[in-house]
Design a binder for this molecule. Structure first.
Ligand SMILES: C[S@@+](CC[C@H](N)C(=O)[O-])C[C@H]1O[C@@H](n2cnc3c(N)ncnc32)[C@H](O)[C@@H]1O
Length: 179
């Protein structure tokens, strides 16, 4: 995970491209990307889904997207979205940090605080039988993230891992149970 400067738009990077590979087979009616940034991943989703919405907490990222998407909403997580989707994705800001200095990468203590806020807000937006895919890393307490997601009514597996020089990228797939 890298970035060009503090609070700037996240430049599509190794994690973005790995995530794109992991969601290559996904298709359906509706998809939501939380933390869409440049729009790179949401733009790919637009080819496979009829309705795609991207959210980001960073308004300036949304208005200056290199990969302009049709529907974008500036909000925390999915807080402003009152709809259920077939697929929800998020390339999380997962780096462990004492405070949030760079919103594109910093996840707070243990790389858990912001990811948990995002997953909590994403959970009601996933249809029963629908999927939540998120990217985290071996640098974060990803096992805790998986357990918490399970407790929200999802069946959770690790979809893919990729070793980089200093960390492993981890894409988690959570399927919402019919309860
Ligand atoms: C790692 S970047 C991913 C950007 C892009 N999706 C990609 O894969 O290249 C994380 C993105 O999440 C956004 N973000 C951070 N905290 C957020 C929050 N609480 N709610 C919504 N978006 C958030 C950041 O502004 C940033 O665009």
């Amino acid at each position: 995970m890298q970035n060009k400067s503090l609070n700037d738009t996240y430049t599509p990077s190794e994690d973005t491209f790995f995530f794109a590979d992991c969601m290559a087979n996904e298709s359906g009616d509706s998809a939501l990307e939380i933390g869409t940034g440049s729009g790179y991943l949401a733009k790919i989703l637009q080819e496979k889904f009829s309705v795609v919405i991207g959210t980001d907490i960073n308004y300036s990222a949304l208005i200056s997207q290199d990969y302009k998407i049709q529907n974008s909403v500036c909000c925390k997580g999915a807080d402003a979205i009152k709809k259920e989707f077939d697929l929800v994705i998020c390339n999380l800001p997962y780096l462990p940090s004492n405070e949030i200095q760079d919103i594109t990468t910093d996840g707070g203590p243990e790389g858990l605080v912001i990811p948990l806020e995002i997953i909590n807000s994403a959970a009601p937006c996933v249809k029963q039988g629908g999927k939540l895919l998120f990217l985290t890393s071996s640098l974060a307490r990803y096992e805790t993230l998986i357990e918490k997601t399970r407790s929200m009514g999802f069946s959770v597996t690790i979809l893919a891992k990729k070793s980089l020089f200093f960390e492993k990228l981890i894409v988690v797939q959570a399927t919402k149970l019919f309860l």
